[in-house]
Design a protein around this ligand. Structure first.
Ligand code: CP
Length: 337
């Protein structure tokens, strides 16, 4: 198992199966705090610097929420224009300075491998919140947490599942990271549905092949969605040369109630890293599925808080001190405690 304390979290390639199990186990122990049954101030006095140089709602806010739920303070820098990177400062120098102000850093950046470059200059742990089209390791962990939790309803494990990944598999960093994590498990059938031009990169497919998984690559939904989990993704417009180029692929694999009823199993769990593109020309995941209990997208986003709490606790070495720092919740909570 990897050593968590003091370590950067940059890529899912760092994890073995035991390390993933450890993260998911600690994440489960965060449920009472995230659901406000208890509070915990084990990170009181600690500072997170949340550096987001690319748009984000879920990742940025849930990193901040996770840290605050453990009692820490959050400082945010949003957008490169508000950073001295625009004056030509290097990622190394920025990291060396910022890490002097914080105990841990969460970072998103549009360039591939930029977060690793930043981490080289950092004196505190750095967590990758997405680096271009490369990776999104914390998303993959929360996706895995969600798959495990959803499959628990059907007495199934991650091993032996049928999983469909659909959409822009070339640019979608979440599906790259999730596929690599799934390579740690056994006997999975992955069906990769995408336009030919947006297929999963070869190195990710090789990792799945090498793990002994069955991989089906197709550009058709027909006959290919009979799975335990259907993971839909957005056309990653920001990774194309132009909006016009991205437009060529929008709306090709829209999932709606009619498609679901025609092509999926009764209980296929629908996931999506979000944001979903709800513009009419895309509508990749229709709101007419919102009442379907197998639509896990909002539970999935919520699980991001648990997983990020776990990573903070592990990286800062407090995962076994949670109960010592527990308190009662003193306010009315709509979360049902
Ligand atoms: N899933 C995800 O990364 O969402 P955001 O871009 O809103 O952070």
């Amino acid at each position: 198992m990897m050593k968590f304390q003091g370590s950067h979290i940059l890529s899912v390639s760092q994890f073995d199966r035991e390390s993933v199990a450890r993260i998911l186990d600690v994440a489960k122990r965060m449920i009472p705090y995230a659901s406000r049954q208890k509070r915990c101030n084990v990170l009181e006095g600690a500072i997170l610097n949340n550096l987001f140089f690319e748009p984000s709602t879920r990742t940025r806010v849930s990193f901040g929420t996770a840290f605050q739920l453990l009692g820490g303070f959050v400082h945010e820098t949003v957008g490169q224009e508000s950073s001295s990177l625009t004056k030509g400062e290097s990622l190394f120098d920025t990291a060396r300075v910022i890490s002097g102000y914080a105990d841990i850093v969460a970072m998103r950046h549009p360039a591939m491998h930029s977060v690793a470059e930043f981490a080289e200059g950092s004196t505190v742990p750095v967590i990758n919140g997405g680096d271009g089209a490369n990776e999104h390791p914390t998303q993959a962990l929360l996706d895995l947490f969600t798959i495990e939790a959803e499959m628990n309803r059907f007495n199934k494990n991650i091993d032996d599942l049928n999983i469909v990944l659909m959409g822009d598999l070339k640019h979608g960093r979440t599906v790259h990271s999730l596929s690599k994590l799934l390579s740690l498990y056994n006997n999975i059938h992955l069906t990769l549905v995408s336009p030919k031009e947006l297929q999963m990169p070869d190195h990710v497919v090789s990792a799945l092949d090498n793990a002994g998984h069955k991989v089906t690559i197709t550009d058709s939904m027909v006959g290919n969605l009979q799975s335990d989990v259907l993971y839909q993704t957005r056309i990653q417009e920001e990774r194309f040369a132009s909006k016009g180029e991205a437009d060529m692929y929008r709306g090709h694999f829209s999932l709606n109630k009619s498609v679901y009823e025609q092509h999926c199993k009764d209980n296929t769990v629908i996931m999506h890293p979000l944001p979903r593109d709800s513009r009419p020309e895309a509508n990749e995941l229709d709101v007419d599925l919102n009442d379907n209990n197998n639509l896990a997208i909002f539970r999935q986003a919520q699980n991001g808080v648990l997983v990020r709490m776990a990573l903070f606790a592990l990286a800062l070495g407090v995962e076994d001190k949670l109960s010592q720092y527990e308190r009662e919740v003193t306010w009315f909570s709509s979360k049902g405690n």
